[in-house]
Design a protein around this ligand. Structure first.
Ligand code: 13P
Ligand code: SF4
Length: 311
């Protein structure tokens, strides 16, 4: 509609006026992905945020991602269209409980998934993303004991893959937890030979049926380059937008969650960001990520280790 066009023009105008860069995650609505300067997974978005020359970072993703951008670029203004865009993994790991867990295991280092609060990052030794976790884990001496949190499925997957025994924090992603094994089996029967690509936040009963397991970026690459014409996608389905753009002749099918009749394979937090809220955020430079200086300085150390170790 004309109104929609106006909004896009206004966002473009404000972006220039504010010297802003728009970063978006693959789970954002297509209209947001399409106007972003860069769309990526958590690791690539962190790299972009650390390297940008823009004065304002408009982060279309969830709060822990925007906080990471702020920690890596503290002199920048970082805005998030909706400050309520949280993450169930962050919610599953309150900093005081995480600190008590660490204190109970003083001979362990904390290898921590980026899906957590800035306060939990400040209590961690090394941050990982789904795309960098195994590369980073390989660089840690075998005898070193490790606490891994907050995602027990990513931790369990890494432990099975590498043979490393890690103490796991019991957090889960409500979206990936919801993928249904029976619905996946139905899809596999309907599309014989179609490969399954899954995110490591999925529980083992989904991972065990998968041909490829990796970050959103690696799922996207796998889906685009797979010789198969049909690919079953076990991650948040908004990423299919990029798959369809890159390989319009192929069919990408999102695995349903629950009984197949809910929207529970969609991330309710990512969905809070809209074009209207992005417009208002660019206009007002609010809501803005603000973190206390001590938390930022402490959280920066394990994040920079991640960027260094991820290569
Ligand atoms: P990626 O780093 O693979 O993009 O994952 C982010 C995320 O929140 C997955 O649920
Ligand atoms: Fe968090 Fe899951 Fe949403 Fe990713 S999909 S942001 S892990 S709740």
């Amino acid at each position: 509609s004309l109104k929609g066009l106006d909004l896009l023009a206004e966002i473009a105008r404000l972006k220039k006026e504010r010297n802003a860069v728009i970063l978006a995650h693959y789970y954002q609505k297509p209209e947001i992905q399409d106007l972003a300067d860069f769309v990526g997974d958590s690791l690539d978005l962190s790299r972009k945020a650390a390297a940008t020359n823009a004065e304002v970072i408009a982060f279309c993703g969830v709060r822990f991602m925007a906080e990471t951008a702020k920690i890596l670029s503290p002199e920048k203004i970082v805005i998030l269209p909706d400050m309520d865009a949280g993450c169930s993994l962050e919610d599953s790991c309150p900093p005081d409980q995480f600190k008590a867990f660490r204190d109970a295991h003083p001979d362990h280092i904390a290898l921590t998934y980026i899906n957590c609060s800035a306060a939990v990052k400040a209590l961690s030794d090394i941050i990982v993303t789904s795309s960098s976790a195994d590369v980073i884990l390989k660089q840690i001496p075998n005898e070193q004991k490790i606490i891994f949190g907050p995602d027990r499925h990513l931790g369990g997957y890494l432990a099975r893959k590498t043979g490393r025994d890690m103490l796991l924090w019991p957090g889960i992603c409500i979206v990936h937890q919801a993928f249904s094994e029976t619905e996946l089996l139905k899809l596999k029967a309907e599309h014989p030979g179609a490969p399954v690509a899954a995110h490591p936040e999925c529980p083992p009963h989904i991972i065990d049926h998968s041909d490829h397991v990796g970050s959103t970026k690696s799922i996207l690459d796998f889906a685009i380059h797979s010789p198969s014409k049909t690919i079953l996608v076990a991650t948040e389905p908004h990423i299919i937008h990029q798959m369809e753009k890159a390989a319009p002749d192929k069919t990408f099918i999102g695995v349903p969650g629950g009984d197949g009749n809910c929207n529970c394979n969609m991330c309710p937090y990512m969905a809070l960001n809209t074009l209207e809220k992005l417009y208002v955020a660019l206009r007002d430079l609010e809501p803005r990520i603000e973190l206390d200086a001590e938390t930022m300085a402490k959280a920066r150390v394990p994040l920079e280790r991640m960027l260094e170790m991820a290569g």
